[in-house]
Design a protein around this ligand. Structure first.
Ligand SMILES: NC(=O)C1=CN([C@@H]2O[C@H](COP(=O)(O)OP(=O)(O)OC[C@H]3O[C@@H](n4cnc5c(N)ncnc54)[C@H](O)[C@@H]3O)[C@@H](O)[C@H]2O)[C@@H](O)CC1
Ligand SMILES: Nc1ncnc2c1ncn2[C@@H]1O[C@H](COP(=O)(O)OP(=O)(O)O)[C@@H](O)[C@H]1O
Ligand SMILES: [K+]
Length: 488
């Protein structure tokens, strides 16, 4: 599990260590970890041109101390002091002692053009707003050059807690972060500016509170994905009911049903007016063109994709939400629900809502720049798990538990992939996972399936369904093909 901690949590955890350890010890831990990552990235440090963009605070201190360590390994290091009279004094002294030189910001362009690695020590946790001048222009110049762009703690210009970018930010290829991964490195615009994130342990562990949000790894998702065992039959694995698609638009019903089948192939029941299309695509499903009540017993419902928003759709939604079963509501179901939120507020069984931004806004507020905060607020308001889709999908429980998804590919931004996500999550709800985990694991597996599909070229939603078994196998770390083995 990757635990995400806010700036305030990190600062609070640092306080007892700063009091207990010798002066500067924590910064040396940070700088040593940073230098180690830079050495690995450079391969051969001897003669490499390293440029440090150093701000006035401790973030600049980390970068200058790391620069001193790289200089000691033979790198040619130059620092550009962005607030000349206010650089971290001990770090600047160490940098100079190690042979580092400094240049004025005004004369720094040619240095940046020839750098092998640029360290962003402009601002860290103390930053606010976007990059200011002259930092913004220097960062642009560095980005246009050949250098590896490495952010110290977080890319300057990115909000540590939300990932919001109020203006320009350092476009990092790698971010070396200290003590804990900050939410802003994995969510919002910050995700795109952080590149690959490397966590350096500086000993904060025992002092950190329970994380404010988490990200699942493959192992975390695998541990939650249920496996059939010898005592299982098709009913005991959890039966999913799907109400999606329509006679005119059968696609949503086909994709959603297929995703549920391919995630956990026990039994999927379909009820709705896309019955013919679903029957033709998935002979394994049990299909009725009647209402949900005609479908037979299920352990969870998925309702909404391609359903329409007319009276019949509204009545079917009300029927499903009146059951005491877990229900996932998506797409047209969300449009209907936004007009009648009491349908979900009055439920006691788990409900999962899976809006994209525009569907989210129908409930009264835009997601805005703080996607974790906004998702938590809507979940608490409605008493339902909310999964806000995007490049970093956020899942929140009404109790505040939150997950940020780390898998996926922009190729998933294609019609119908949301219907696939609903089917995956519905299968996991029917398998009795806690609703917030069903949603988070579904987002993880869906993203992996997108990545597997993308490896074969541009894909459409049906390809994501087709690649689900391989994605599940990858998440489990098991080979996806091979001779069947007894009991495997
Ligand atoms: N407290 C400690 O001893 C440790 C701190 N660490 C480092 O210290 C950082 C936090 O240090 P500080 O609290 O000194 O703060 P920062 O170094 O992040 O930033 C403070 C300075 O940046 C300026 N500033 C703020 N926003 C700006 C903007 N948008 N553009 C330009 N300048 C801006 C402020 O005026 C101030 O001078 C962490 O991110 C981490 O890198 C690590 O060394 C671990 C130990
Ligand atoms: N830029 C992106 N990068 C990664 N994943 C994305 C991106 N844009 C959308 N997605 C994912 O693709 C899916 C799209 O779902 P949705 O918007 O409901 O589409 P549809 O209604 O056509 O099925 C979601 O799982 C979302 O997280
Ligand atoms: K930084």
């Amino acid at each position: 599990m990757i635990e995400l901690h806010t700036a305030a949590e990190v600062r609070a955890a640092e306080a007892p260590l700063l009091a207990a350890l010798p002066d500067g010890a924590l910064m040396q831990r940070a700088a040593a970890g940073l230098a180690t990552v830079c050495l690995r990235l450079l391969g051969r440090p001897y003669g490499a041109r390293v440029t440090v963009l150093a701000g006035a605070g401790n973030n600049g201190g980390d970068a200058l101390f790391a620069g001193a360590r790289l200089a000691a390994r033979g790198a040619r290091t130059t620092a550009i002091l962005l607030a000349r009279d206010r650089a971290h004094p001990a770090a600047l002294a160490a940098f100079r002692r190690a042979g580092g030189r400094t240049v004025e910001a005004a004369a720094a362009g040619p240095v940046l053009d020839r750098s092998d690695l640029v360290l962003d020590g402009i601002v860290g946790l103390g930053g606010s707003g976007g990059l200011r001048e002259p930092a913004a222009a220097l960062v642009d110049r560095a980005a246009a050059g050949p250098a590896l762009m490495v952010a110290v703690d977080l890319p300057s210009g990115v909000d540590a807690d939300t990932g919001a970018m109020a203006g320009a930010a350092f476009p990092a290829m790698h971010t070396v972060t200290f003590g804990a991964v900050k939410p802003g490195l994995v969510v919002g615009a910050g995700r795109g500016s952080a590149g690959q994130v490397h966590l350096v342990d500086i000993g904060l562990g025992p002092h950190l509170p329970a994380p404010s949000a988490r990200q699942l790894t493959d192992a975390d998702a695998a541990a939650r994905l249920p496996l059939p065992d010898a005592d299982d039959d098709k009913y005991s694995q959890g039966v999913v009911g799907v109400v999606a698609g329509s006679a005119t638009y059968p696609g949503a019903g086909v994709l959603c049903t297929g995703a549920a089948l391919r995630t956990r192939p026990g039994l999927v029941r379909y009820a709705g007016t896309a019955a013919d299309g679903v029957r033709a695509a998935w002979p394994e499903a049990i299909v009725t063109d009647g209402r949900p009540g005609d479908a037979g017993r299920v352990q969870a419902w998925v309702i909404g994709p391609g359903l329409g928003t007319g009276d019949e759709a509204r009545s079917v939604l009300a029927e499903v939400l009146a059951t005491d079963l877990p229900v996932l509501v998506d797409a047209d179901g969300l449009t209907l629900l936004a007009a009648e939120p009491e349908l979900v507020r009055r439920r006691s069984a788990p409900t999962v809502l899976t809006p994209h931004d525009r569907e989210f806004a129908r409930f009264g507020t835009e997601p805005g720049d703080d996607r974790i905060g906004a998702t938590r607020r809507l979940a608490a308001d409605l008493g339902a798990v909310v999964l806000l889709k995007g490049d970093a999908t956020v899942v929140a429980d009404p109790d505040g538990t939150a997950f940020v998804n780390g898998t996926g590919t922009p190729w998933l931004a294609t019609a119908g992939t949301g219907d696939v996500l609903s089917g995956i999550a519905g299968a996991l709800l029917a398998a009795d996972l806690p609703a917030v985990e069903a949603a988070a694991v579904a987002a993880h597996v869906h993203g992996r399936a997108g990545q597997v599909a993308a490896a074969h070229g541009p894909f459409i939603a049906g390809d994501v369904v087709r690649h689900l078994p391989e994605a599940v196998a990858r998440v489990r770390g098991t080979p996806s093909a091979g001779l069947p083995d007894s009991g495997a």
